[in-house]
Design a protein around this ligand. Structure first.
Ligand code: PLP
Length: 356
């Protein structure tokens, strides 16, 4: 007899991108921001390392919710803060989808969704994206939404990086009887967002993170907005003190430094466009990206695995998955201009070596 739940014994855990211990690697594999938090944010954090750390933090991160509510035009009661956006996604599964109930997600997309479904013992419904990684909300696809309790949509999508057509998204929301979570982890790099759908539909939650555009991945702060009723349910399920004192304070300070972070976002988007153009010039196929990464396929005869391994040998990390539909591609996080310069030089060398 095993000590472990059958469901847990059978499942595989989430596999995060490598966080190397050695220095000197160019790390373009986990979509972190290449620029540090603003000096002001770091100063405020340093100043907060004092005896107050013996006290528990505000259990509901109220000051941060008030600030986000003001910026985005929502009542603070409609907002929940999480220990990263992943925490929020987990809470949604806990609160909205029971064991053996249906949880749907588009595929290929964020590989955490099936893991969360497995932990819960939920029944998974995979909704295939088309060859351009877009939603085609035709009748057979929509019929799969029958009886679904929870749907995850990544917007802009990952790992493809593209913006999903809004009309198709709306058809899914209207067709789904359950809760639809729009995971906007990368939205700060996009030209549109879906926050208005929260006011339009009572089954929509939009989830966001400070990890990518706000250089705060190490501090773990995410948030979500939805109807007061849905957010109240998430609040019942969350850990009492799910966001640390320093994380709350740092995230509040981040929101006061909006211009600094918007400048970084602009720089990253400009570097992204240059990276895409340079890769295309080398014969790579590059999907249009509305994120801080590009999803790209090397030119024949170079395989994505060869390219990934070749870069790794030159101390450059990108992300490659040995999985159906995406194994011909690799995902490259946008770094600083200098990092991307080195990445492109290494890419040229790897391609030349592979063609020999
Ligand atoms: C990075 C990412 C998250 C998680 O963000 P954290 O706030 O760091 O937990 C969620 N969804 C997608 C699609 C992501 O890429």
């Amino acid at each position: 007899m095993s000590y472990i739940r059958r469901q847990v014994e059978r499942m595989s855990g989430y596999v995060p991108g490598e966080q190397p211990k050695v220095a000197g690697l160019i790390k373009l594999n986990t979509n972190e921001n290449p620029y540090p938090p603003s000096p002001k944010v770091l100063e405020i954090l340093r100043g907060a390392i004092d005896g107050k750390l013996r006290l528990y933090p505000d259990p509901t991160s109220s000051a941060l919710r008030v600030k986000l509510g003001k910026i985005h035009g929502f009542d603070p009661e409609q907002i929940i803060i999480g220990n990263g956006c992943d925490d929020i996604l987990n809470l949604c599964v806990r609160a909205f989808c029971g064991e053996c109930e249906k949880l749907a997600y588009f595929w290929p997309s964020y590989s955490l969704y099936p893991v969360l479904a497995n932990i819960q013992g939920a029944t998974q419904v995979e909704l295939p994206l088309d060859e351009n990684f877009q939603i085609q909300a035709h009748t057979p696809l929509l019929s799969k939404l029958d009886g679904v309790k929870l749907v995850f949509i990544t917007q802009p999508n990952a790992p493809s990086g593209g913006w999903l057509q809004r009309v198709q998204l709306q058809r899914v929301i209207e067709e789904a009887r359950g809760v639809v979570v729009i995971d906007e982890a990368y939205v700060d790099f996009a030209s549109e967002h879906c926050l208005d759908l929260v006011s339009e539909y009572d089954n929509v939650i939009v989830a966001r993170t400070f990890s990518k555009a706000f250089s705060f991945a190490g501090m773990r702060v995410g948030w979500a907005v939805g109807s007061g009723e849905l957010i109240a349910a998430l609040n019942k399920v969350k850990d009492s003190y799910n966001v640390s004192r320093l994380s709350q304070l740092g995230a509040e300070a981040t929101l006061e430094e909006w211009d600094y972070f918007q400048q970084n976002v602009k720089k990253i988007c400009a570097t992204r466009e240059r990276t895409s153009a340079a890769l295309a010039k080398l014969g790579f196929f590059v999907y249009p990206s509305q994120t801080n990464f590009v999803f790209t396929k090397p030119p024949v005869p170079v395989t994505a695995k060869q390219w990934f391994d070749g870069l790794r040998a030159k101390n450059i990390l990108v992300r490659w998955w040995d999985a159906d539909r995406i194994r011909d591609f690799a995902r490259v996080s946008i770094g600083t201009d200098e990092e991307i310069h080195k990445f492109l030089e290494a890419t040229k060398e790897v391609c030349e070596e592979a063609k020999r």
